[in-house]
Design a protein around this ligand. Structure first.
Ligand code: HXC
Length: 686
């Protein structure tokens, strides 16, 4: 069941239903509503403004609710909705699940028909009262009433332009088949195309817990904004009798629409058509929207659910993939590219998502692998489940392929919307500044006590980040991979920023191969799309040891310094505690081009930790001398003062003032003008 909150759809569970009262949980929060919910029905909540993770604060009169989202309050109105149907059947024909929507919202005042009644085209099936006027609603062709599910007195919603389950008033196959009528022919062809692989395949898709391509797009985009392209395109394959089975749309639903009022392009693999496999024709559809997105400077979102190359087409399908990969590469760094994996994504098909900026997966429902478990078993005699090989958990925590793991498709689609709110439309655009209700000069005294006095005691860097950014809202990216570094988006004074932070609570915040990869790609993304970078630093150094060295910590670690040094967006750093050695340099140091570098009084900016230094300098000294020299070293080097004296940091700040200082620095750097030397492109270590 779904609830629409503004343009977003929240996860809703019906807890109990008693007469007209229902208890629902929305995104895990419970509240009561006065709505009549039909089985499998939907309940719309209309809401002014954007939102997520709605939380009920209090219920006001009637059907109005006060809901808290992102620390802002919105008024919510629950609109009565009932997914009820009059089920009808065309005379002499098999039942189909076509639907006719109510022409307008209103109240059913009369149903002058009974089950089994034969109808002629033009006979009245229902009388609806709307705007104090009663209208007869007539059937458009001969049919027989199969089932009546609405009652007189029921309220129905209506949306003639946009078929939604909550405005269907009856299901029937009584579509007019007037062969000479151009409109009827078009309507019929359009109707068939809308069904993709057909009702049975759609049911199978639903049974496997997945939405259809159209349902996904509908949920992702602002209501009623989707414009579909190439809906009637078909394949041209003649192998294996394929010429006798052409399905309009050919397994891709593509086009454009809006998210939070901003233009986006989208394509979705339709698993109900040949398992969403890629054909030469549907690859052309994808390339068309990719080119449109690039030409018109708007993000593109791919919803993957596919069995890979359409086997019947041979290498024509492979060629289609190549065209898609080429467009992915051309668009990289020009427009944001987002991939959702909502089912299988196997073989070379994985490389389109891999070429995009962000990948989203659904727990237990989506799988990505270059070679599936069966082939793995045959070729290298290794037995591995598809979940272990390429499930969302594997890719979000071990391989680092995916950036977001979501519990449900709905959550995934809403997270894409959320992500886009932090991004500009393209590399020439600025991010959209949001209204900021969080006081820009807000001080937080707790910040003065978060960093422990003992340098060996861990703390959670997210406690600092969340206290500094607008409304404590931090949209973390790759939260399960390389947890020793934190990346994600937040806002400061309403402006999007990218955050890169060491995490002392995990592996002491050390930099290793995975952390280097995670951070550097994120830094480059932010730089591509004009998003200022803020670094929170507490790093004891690079992880030493055989494994790291043998796997190339040198070339991987070099990526971070490359990415930071190359970035021309405003770059700010806050050193909260340790900033040792090479790790100090690579974490957005002043010398590699940072614009403003702050340090807390607790900062220790030194060539290396005190113990290691004294063990080298006073290797042969007795214990007493070593202890004395250790204290002297700490006093001299384990502070921010040497760095402040040399101008390596700009200011030592009170932690409680971090928010204010960062906002001031962001304002100061707002019109930063910096370009790197002209070049074809750099050669970043990999
Ligand atoms: C044509 C395909 C297909 C494909 C699935 N179907 N994959 N048709 N080409 N690649 C069809 C099935 O025949 C079936 O048709 C329908 O889609 C649904 O498939 P099922 O197997 O019934 O569904 P399910 O059990 O959910 O399994 C889904 C699946 C499985 C895991 C994706 O179908 C599968 O393993 N398919 C093959 C995957 C694969 O090896 N692809 C690699 C192709 S080569 P009916 O009519 O029975 O409903 C490749 C190289 C690309 O991709 C390189 C690019 C650079």
């Amino acid at each position: 069941m779904e609830i629409h909150i503004g343009n977003r759809v929240a996860e809703v569970e019906l807890v109990s239903k008693e007469d007209n009262k229902v208890v629902l949980t929305i995104d895990g929060k419970t509240f009561e509503a006065d709505v009549v919910m039909a089985e499998n029905g939907t309940c719309n909540i209309l809401m002014d403004g954007r939102s997520s993770n709605a939380q009920l604060i209090r219920r006001e009169n009637g059907k109005n609710y006060k809901v808290n989202t992102h620390y802002s309050s919105f008024n919510v109105e629950i609109v009565d909705s009932q997914a009820k149907y009059l089920r009808m059947r065309k005379k002499g024909e098999e039942e189909q699940n076509d639907c006719i929507t109510s022409p307008m919202p209103g109240k059913v005042v009369k149903i002058p028909v009974t089950v089994g009644q034969e109808m002629k085209a033009g006979d009245t099936a229902i009388v609806i009262e709307a705007m104090k006027m009663q209208s007869n609603y007539k059937v458009s062709s001969d049919c027989r009433i199969k089932e009546i599910l609405v009652q007189e007195g029921d309220n129905i919603t209506g949306d003639i332009n946009n078929i939604r389950t909550d405005c269907i008033i009856f299901r029937t196959d009584c579509i007019m088949e007037e062969k000479n009528n151009a409109y009827a022919t078009f309507e019929e062809r359009d109707r068939i195309a809308s069904l993709g692989g057909g009702v049975e395949k759609i049911e199978k898709q639903h049974e496997s817990g997945k939405m259809t391509a159209r349902e996904r797009i509908e949920m992702l985009l602002d209501k009623g904004t989707f414009v579909e392209l190439d809906k009637l395109m078909v394949h041209r394959c003649t192998n294996y009798g394929m010429d006798k089975n052409k399905i309009p749309g050919d397994g891709i639903v593509s086009g454009y629409g809006k998210i939070d009022g901003r233009q986006v392009f989208v394509y979705a693999y339709d698993f109900t058509v040949y398992g969403g496999s890629l054909s030469a024709s549907n690859a052309k559809k994808i390339v068309k929207v990719q080119q449109l997105a690039l030409k018109n400077g708007a993000p593109i979102i791919a919803l993957n659910d596919s069995g890979g190359a359409r086997i019947q087409e041979g290498i024509e399908s492979l060629s289609g993939y190549a065209d898609i990969f080429y467009q992915n590469t051309m668009a990289s760094g020009v427009i944001p590219q987002i991939s959702a994996i909502l089912g299988p994504c196997a073989g070379g098909a994985c490389y389109s998502p891999a070429l995009t900026d962000f990948i989203f997966m659904v727990k237990e429902k989506s799988h990505m692998f270059v070679t599936g478990p069966d082939v793995v078993k045959t070729v290298i005699h290794e037995e591995v489940s598809k979940e272990e090989l390429g499930g969302a958990m594997t890719h979000s925590s071990k391989s680092g392929v995916t950036h977001f793991m979501c519990n449900t498709e709905e959550e995934l689609l809403m997270s894409i919307r959320e992500l886009l709110s932090f991004l500009p439309q393209n590399n020439m655009d600025e991010t959209k500044k949001q209204n900021c209700t969080d006081e820009v000069n807000r001080e937080d005294a707790t910040l003065d006590t978060i960093v422990p006095a003992d340098p060996n005691v861990p703390y959670d860097m997210k406690d600092i980040i969340e206290r500094v950014v607008d409304d404590s809202y931090f949209f973390e990216v790759m939260p399960n991979f390389a947890k020793n570094i934190i990346i994600g988006f937040a806002r400061l004074a309403g402006r999007s920023v990218g955050i890169v932070a060491n995490q002392p609570a995990y592996l002491a915040g050390v930099l290793d191969i995975d952390a280097s990869d995670k951070a550097s790609r994120f830094i480059r993304f932010c730089d591509c799309f004009n998003i200022p970078l803020i670094t929170f630093e507490d790093v004891p150094g690079f992880l030493p040891g055989y494994t790291q060295e043998n796997n190339g910590i040198i070339r991987h670690g070099a990526k971070i310094v490359y990415a930071f040094a190359e970035a021309t967006v405003p770059k700010l750093t806050v050193i909260t505690r340790k900033a040792y050695g090479g790790a100090y340099i690579v974490m957005n140091s002043k010398q590699t081009g940072a614009d403003v570098n702050f340090a807390y009084p607790s900062a220790e900016i030194a060539v290396m930790g005190a113990d290691g230094a004294i063990n080298i300098l006073f290797r042969k000294a007795d214990a007493e001398t070593k202890a004395k020299e250790l204290e002297a070293y700490k006093e001299k080097f384990a502070t921010p003062y040497q760095a402040a004296e040399l101008g390596f940091i700009d200011e030592i700040i009170y932690p409680r003032q971090t928010r204010k200082r960062l906002i001031q620095a962001l304002e100061m750097t707002e019109n930063k003008m910096q370009t790197n030397p002209p070049k074809k492109h750099g050669n970043m270590p990999l």
